[in-house]
Design a protein. Structure first.
Length: 95
């Protein structure tokens, strides 16, 4: 059974939309994949450490730093997606 939170389409911020090439809602997985496509197309992986991204101007605006670990990509993308589903804990607080 797929996780609905991961398959939900969310609206990217203007900064993320510029990188992924669309302001249309996307899943988190689609956004991460498109960001990696951007990194590869612009040859932004550190040649000495392939787990590291050397940010260009657009990625610096998105992540706020010059180098990004591949482990930081998901968290950074999540911060630029809106329309998140409420967690079970959040729904209980509202009820």
């Amino acid at each position: 059974m797929p996780n609905n939170a991961l398959s939900q389409k969310l609206k990217p911020s203007a900064k993320l939309a510029e990188i992924i090439g669309s302001s249309e809602p996307v899943t988190r997985a689609e956004a991460v994949k498109r960001l990696w496509d951007y990194v590869k197309a612009h040859d932004l992986q550190n040649p000495q450490n392939r787990r590291e991204i050397l940010a260009d101007d657009k990625l610096k605006q998105l992540f706020g730093k010059n180098k990004i670990s591949m482990f930081e990509v998901g968290r950074g993308v999540n911060e630029h997606l809106s329309g998140r589903a409420q967690t079970a804990t959040q729904r209980k607080k509202v009820a």
